[in-house]
Design a protein around this ligand. Structure first.
Ligand code: FPP
Length: 241
């Protein structure tokens, strides 16, 4: 549950919908995957900026449960990009003190990718400088549905009863159960929608929609968005003290 409203604090947990890779590439007359590669390079800059900006948790939307509807070649290109990215960045992430986690349903992902995700999670589990969560084959409704299914199974097995079901119990079955709720959700590229991202967890989040396409979203712009957030008045449904 949210703690006391603190209008001046930096957001501890920022979640980002990294949108606009395709348009960024199209503007340059290049294929969409060119934009995804440029987008992947931005991820590192934003992760590195987190500690000095006071951001402890960063969650990024890399691939949604709806993104399978894209062309087969774009999906395959993205999966290959994720595999290469995890291999290439693993050492740096580990050495920079980043704890990496993945949320989303792994069932539909290829074995090699899942093995790299598992390895990186295990290897960086002791890190605490920044907590990077990558949402891969993630959808908010899908996550809540999977959580409800697991909860129902616990009831069926007699380990819980329906009386035990409250918001806290359900949240304990979500992929994000070890993370605090996001304080701020940013979406790039000028679109103002949440696209099934962290539906449950963002109940009290602030939102910032910026026009910049993701591959152009710099650490400087990130800092500006965070500073706009720190002037907001978060009341979590209460009135100002
Ligand atoms: C949305 O832009 C972006 C995606 C669906 C993929 C996001 C992936 C990355 C930024 C790649 C790197 C991530 C990691 C973790 C290595 P879009 O394709 O919908 O852009 P458009 O709206 O302009 O078409």
């Amino acid at each position: 549950m949210p703690k006391d409203a603190d209008a001046k604090a930096a957001p501890a947990h920022v979640a980002i919908i990294m949108d606009g890779n395709g348009r960024w590439a199209q503007k340059r007359g290049r294929p969409r995957l060119f934009g995804h590669h440029a987008g992947a390079r931005r991820v590192r800059e934003i992760v590195e900026a987190c500690p000095q900006l006071g951001v402890k948790y960063l969650t990024i939307f890399a691939f949604s449960t709806e993104n399978w509807k894209r062309t087969q070649s774009e999906v395959a290109g993205l999966m290959s990009l994720f595999r290469k990215y995890l291999r290439r960045e693993a050492d740096d992430l580990y050495q920079s003190g980043v704890c990496v986690r993945f949320i989303g349903d792994r069932v539909r992902l290829d074995e090699k990718l899942v093995a790299r995700m598992d390895d990186l999670e295990l290897r960086t589990a002791g890190n605490d400088r920044v907590h990077l969560t990558v949402a891969l084959n993630y959808g908010g409704r899908d996550e809540v549905t999977r959580a409800a299914k697991r909860l129902a199974y616990e009831i069926e097995q007699g380990r819980l009863t329906h009386q035990d079901v409250d918001a806290e119990t359900l949240a304990g079955f979500l992929d994000t159960h070890v993370l605090p709720d996001p304080d701020l959700v940013i979406r790039t590229s000028g679109e103002a929608r949440i696209s099934n991202f962290l539906l449950w967890q963002s109940a009290y989040a602030e939102y910032e929609f910026v026009d910049t396409l993701w591959p152009d979203f710099s650490a400087e712009e990130f800092a500006k968005v965070l500073s706009a957030y720190s002037n907001r008045d978060r009341r979590f449904g209460a009135v100002r003290a």
